[in-house]
Design a protein around this ligand. Sequence first.
Ligand code: CP
Length: 320
Amino acid sequence: MIKGHLLSVADLTKDEALGVLATAHELAQITDGPNKKLPTLRGKTIVNLFFEDSTRTRISFETAAKRLSADVINFSAKGSSVSKGESLKDTAQTLQAMGADAVVIRHGSSGAAKRLADTKWISATVINAGDGTHEHPTQALLDAYTIQHHLKGKGDDLTGLNVVIVGDILHSRVARSNVLLLTKLGAKVTLVAPPTLLPVGVEDWSVDISYDLDQVLGNCDVVMMLRIQQERMLNSYFPTEREYSRRYGLNSQRLSMLKSSAIVMHPGPMNRGLEISAESADDIKSVVIDQVKNGVSVRMAVLYELLGGVALNSEKSGVK
Ligand code: CP
């Protein structure tokens, strides 16, 4: 069981991460049945505090909380008093005053979730839903769950699997969290990107690095394409989109280089035609929609464990 806050994958032990995946598996079995709701978090209030746009993360946290019978308050910076200059501290304390037991925060600044937790401005549990270019721990957990589901068995770690992560590593909190988690779970990770889209110090990460996508595709079990994050790019990182696509984009020709068992992942939102072609996104090997579906079970597991869910077996009898 994880306890406290969820700020970074670095804070999780391997057993804790596998425990969250196992809880997600149990919860998926329950919520895939006719009764989707559990009474576990009845009376708890979860605030989605989003200073950056989101579709998947915000909606899946909301769905997860509601399936556990919690009350949900959705806060979006757009249209709020943040536009009048209200600070993170005052915003968070305002929401705490309305009874938040957990705050799920997405923020453009790396470290925002940790600041909220460390300063103790609020007493609620803090869950990092993406902070700047730093981390997106629940995305990594749902990605690990998806890989486990497709290529391993329930409870297994990811030893023996080759995962290739391709694209805008520099700006990607998804890449950082996935490198930490997938290597912790035993996978071998290779990063593929132009040198301009690799962060300073990447040579110290526990990964291999390649600049040639075609060379690594034949031996990988998972190819995870990353979004080119144009909104975070102040400079030009590659000559043209066409050139980027030609060298680093996933297309039908590259799909044919993959092993028959290999899967294609993308955290979304996708730039179809840039880092991934429409045919690749919709190919039978693509598990992008599964990732979204699994996000609900994994976020249920995170809320369940952090907010003190009781043993799952007694929950089953309480299904509503
Ligand atoms: N993968 C992800 O974080 O998507 P959203 O930005 O839509 O939440």
